[in-house]
Write a protein that binds this ligand. Structure first.
Ligand SMILES: O=C(O)[C@@H](O)[C@@H](O)[C@H](O)C(=O)CO
Length: 433
């Protein structure tokens, strides 16, 4: 397998992404542009019927790393072309909020568009007392003309009943009413722009980055309204129950999550069919089988930061001094950079590098090691989150960013091997179900 070097972002992409529909898929987000060869090794070894989305970056990530959508696409397509890869693969323009986000990513060749209306989700809706809920319900009626279609309705699934009584309807309308309107507008824009330019497109709706779980009633209502509006989804990322923090395994009641996944999967099958999408999907090893079984293989798992952390693992093993400088620098940026990410780690949860003489122990504290993780579980070390959120600050630092790239260029096969091992451990439980 020839290892391609990261593209300059100007060469013609010889390998084009395509539509994957509701085939099982796995998003290999690559914040640096060096990871696709390793991602491909893992998928070819353990992917089975799972399709790879090898170009995947959010607007937030590209902003933080000063990368363009064209550069992201070229890094993936050039690596796949160099490897002679000819299977279908996807390209996900992630967490899009505006029409300009759509224009720039569509122009770069992205074909999977993740719509993110979380800015219009009322993230405290579940906390309002009846009087405040009633006031807010009244205020959202101008953009929820569909209320009467659900009032008093009961929808039955094997997993349970959805009863649209007044409190349920009010909370759904207050929480997602405006976001549904936003999603329909942006989704229609993507579909119309793709048709105008004769380009392929498929849509995901993501509300994963919101505070309060999406109930089955809210999921059903969102899906019903999008379907009625002609916005066709291949994937939907609800806000699942529990905690899906960046870079660490699932936190919550796994049995309750299993019941919830089954209910959401039934709704997705009935209202679509479309895939259930798991964001912050890396390291959630303990729940992958549940997701695969509940959805009967109609899932999408999205990862990104974890490939950056595995790049730092190569740095840790090749240049201890540089790794220590990155830890010191990241600890100085963490409280600022974590602002838009769901993490719980504090600086006190991981020791300053100067207090850890042993390089292997330092790797355990900030990256963890698969050798130390129980079978069927993912990483949990909080130090991972300190490094995870500060990727942009590190990679745009003139000295540190260049030094990381030099280490990866000089040890590219090591990086690809580390990624292969890391993602085979992610793909195996998903493939086996
Ligand atoms: O960090 C980002 O902005 C994105 O990679 C993520 O939010 C992405 O949507 C994801 O969930 C990958 O784990």
């Amino acid at each position: 397998m020839s290892i391609s070097l990261p593209s300059t972002g100007v060469g013609p992409a010889l390998v084009q992404p395509g539509l994957l529909g509701i085939e099982p898929s796995f998003g290999f987000g690559d914040r640096l542009g060096f990871a696709t060869p390793g991602h491909l090794l893992a998928l070819q070894e353990a992917g089975g019927a799972i399709r790879g989305i090898f170009a995947q970056q959010s607007i937030r990530e590209m902003t933080r790393t000063n990368r363009t959508a064209t550069e992201v696409m070229a890094a993936a397509s050039d690596a796949l072309s160099a490897a002679g890869f000819s299977d279908p693969w996807g390209a996900d323009a992630d967490h899009l909020k505006t029409q300009d986000d759509v224009r720039q990513t569509m122009a770069a060749g992205f074909v999977f568009f993740t719509l993110d209306p979380s800015g219009d989700v009322d993230q405290q809706a579940d906390n309002y007392a009846p009087a405040e809920l009633a006031t807010r319900f009244e205020a959202c009626k101008p953009f929820t003309p569909w209320l009467d279609a659900y009032r008093g309705k009961t929808v039955r699934f094997a997993s349970g009943e959805i009863v649209f009584d007044e409190p349920t309807l009010a909370r759904a309308a207050v929480k997602y009413g405006k976001a549904i309107q936003t999603t329909i507008a942006l989704g229609r824009f993507v579909q119309e722009e793709a048709a105008r330019l004769s380009k392929p497109c498929e849509l995901e709706l993501s509300v994963d980055e919101t505070e309060q779980p999406t109930t089955p009633a809210e999921h059903y209502l969102i899906a019903d309204q999008l379907r009625a509006a002609g916005v066709r989804l291949v994937s939907l990322a609800p806000r699942f129950e529990g905690d899906f923090e960046k870079g660490v395994d699932y936190k919550g009641d796994i049995k309750s999550l299993e019941r919830s996944l089954r209910f959401h999967a039934e709704i997705a099958a009935e209202m679509g069919p479309y895939k259930l999408s798991l964001h912050s999907g890396s390291d959630k090893i303990s729940m992958y089988r549940l997701l695969s079984r509940a959805t009967e293989g109609r899932f999408h798992v999205k990862t990104a930061g974890t490939s950056y952390l595995e790049a730092l693992r190569v740095v840790a093993r090749c240049d201890d001094e540089l790794f220590r400088r990155i830890i010191d620098f990241s600890r100085g940026c963490y409280d600022r950079d974590k602002a838009t990410y769901h993490v719980s780690a504090t600086l006190a949860d991981a020791p300053p590098q100067a207090e850890v003489a042993d390089p292997v122990e330092l790797e355990r504290q900030y990256l963890e090691r698969w050798e130390d993780v129980p079978a069927g579980a993912g990483f949990t070390a909080p130090g991972r989150q300190i490094l995870h959120c500060t990727f942009g600050s590190v990679m745009t630092d003139p000295e540190l960013g260049a030094a990381v790239k030099d280490v990866l260029l000089g040890n590219h096969s090591s990086y690809s091997e580390v990624l292969r091992d890391h993602f085979v451990r992610h793909l195996d439980p998903l493939r086996e179900g």
